[in-house]
Structure formats: structure tokens, C-alpha cells
Design a protein around this ligand. Structure first.
Ligand code: PGA
Length: 251
């Protein structure tokens, strides 16, 4: 059975003090509740250890937003999957469109990052999605297929079973322009069929596929009500408990 997950992606936001306040605030409000989904927060590297120590990580999983494509060594400024795992974080967001576009992360680099995450016991939240021109040209199915094939198709069935996918149309990220639930359902079903052709129907059915791109309290219910939408990766609306909680409660 696949899991439902609501994951926040804080991006380049919050000082350590602000991040701790946000994370512990969320921890507090979730104390008396039993959400019908797993909850994850993707926080800056500098916050990982402190946040993992300050909250109940059985209730809120902690994610990094990137990791190095190297195991260790002379790579100044990089943070490895092993380092992330050593903080108590259990997830890592990989292949976000901002990393692909601004930091030139190629499918090959991302494949290495996925492998290193899995080797270190982290759950990759692997992001895919097309840009506006690709959608307008009707190429979005092809684009996501290629992204999945290039970075995930070398995985063993056992490792693939640990991967979470986040479909994030780039034109919907931070723009306030959400994909309709019909658009999300259509492409999620397509992604699942692509996964089924490679890994088998059962593995594809068990794979959690999140939607991301301007998801908020107003549209979350509609999106997660669709059979192939198993939750969300939320940027802007994850930066306050007041905005994030109703998305968790959309299930
Ligand atoms: P957004 O970001 O919710 O602010 O659109 C989503 C994401 O980039 O993961």
C-alpha cells in the first residue's frame, strides 16, 4: 500500500531560530492529531540536526533539500548523504527544478545522488516536471518519462520501492498557477504507467507520487482526492503552520 505524504520545502528561507520556531510550532499542533498522511519538512542543511532533535521525528520526518553527488573528500562546501543521515533526517529532496535549472544538475548527476541517498538509508523525494513551453508543445509526458528513465531506471526493484516521486510542473512553482486536479491526475496516471512498464504493476501502484506547484489550503483537498495524487510537495504554503496544517488535513 502506498503512503500519502505532505512534504514542505522551505527552500532558502528561515534563520535557524525561525526554522526551529516553525518546526516546533508544527510539532506542537500535530501532538493531539493523527494526520491521515505522513508529514515531512524539507529544511536548510544548517537546521537539520537542531530540528531533528527538537521535534518528534516519528510524527514529522525531516528532509534535506539537496545532497552531494560525491561520497566524501575534497569537495569544499558540499554536504553528503551520510552527513544528512547522521543528523536524524530521513529524507532528501533531489532534482528539484530549481536545482536542475540554476545549479545545472543533470539526469546523470541526479542518478548518482539518488543512489547515494539510498545507500545511506535516506528516502529520496525525486522531483520531475516540465516547463511551460514543453507543456504548451504537448511534450510533458515525454519530458517526465525521460526524467524518470534517466535517473531511476537503473535502480533495483528493492531500491525503487524506497523512492518517492514529486511531479512539479515548473510553470506552477511559486507562480500561484496550480495545475488543475484533472491535469495532475492525468500526468500522475501516466507516470505510474511508465513505472509499471519498467518495475511492474505492483511496484508502480505502491509508489507515492506527490504533486507540487502552488499547492495551498484552498486547492489541496481537490488535488489529493484524485486516485493517483498521493500528497504534495509544498513550498510557499509550508512556511507557516497556519497555511501548512490545512494541507495536511486535506486528507
Ligand atoms: P510552491 O513550491 O508551493 O511555492 O509553488 C513548490 C516547490 O517548489 O516544491
Amino acid at each position: 500500500m502506498r503512503k500519502n505524504i505532505i512534504a514542505g520545502n522551505w527552500k532558502l528561507n528561515t534563520t535557524l531560530a525561525e526554522g526551529l520556531e516553525l518546526a516546533t510550532g508544527l510539532n506542537e499542533v500535530l501532538k493531539g492529531k493523527s494526520p491521515k498522511c505522513d508529514v515531512v519538512i524539507g529544511v536548510p542543511f544548517t537546521h537539520l540536526a537542531s530540528i531533528a532533535a527538537a521535534i518528534d521525528t516519528r510524527k514529522i520526518g525531516v528532509a534535506a533539500q539537496n545532497s552531494a553527488d560525491k561520497e566524501k573528500g575534497a569537495f569544499t562546501g558540499e554536504v553528503s548523504a551520510a552527513m544528512i543521515a547522521s543528523t536524524g533526517a530521513k529524507y532528501v529532496i533531489l532534482g528539484h527544478s530549481e536545482r536542475r535549472a540554476y545549479y545545472h544538475e543533470t539526469p546523470e548527476i541526479l542518478q548518482t545522488k539518488v543512489n547515494l541517498a539510498l545507500a545511506n538509508g535516506l528516502t529520496p523525494i525525486f522531483c520531475i516536471g516540465e516547463v511551460l513551453e514543453e507543456r504548451e508543445a504537448g511534450k510533458h509526458f515525454q519530458v517526465v518519462d525521460k526524467q524518470v528513465e534517466a535517473s531511476l531506471f537503473e535502480l533495483s526493484a528493492e531500491d525503487f520501492a524506497k523512492v518517492v516521486i514529486a511531479y512539479e510542473p515548473v510553470w506552477a512553482i511559486g507562480t500561484g498557477k496550480t495545475a488543475t486536479s484533472d491535469q495532475a491526475e492525468e500526468i500522475h496516471a501516466h507516470i505510474r504507467a511508465t513505472l509499471a512498464a519498467k518495475f511492474g504493476a505492483k511496484a508502480a501502484d505502491d509508489c507515492t507520487i506527490l504533486y507540487g506547484g502552488s499547492m495551498n489550503a484552498g486547492n489541496a483537498k481537490d488535488l489529493v482526492s484524485r486516485p493517483n495524487v498521493d500528497g504534495g510537495l509544498i513550498g510557499g504554503a509550508s512556511l507557516s503552520v497556519a497555511n501548512f496544517l490545512p494541507i495536511i488535513e486535506a486528507f
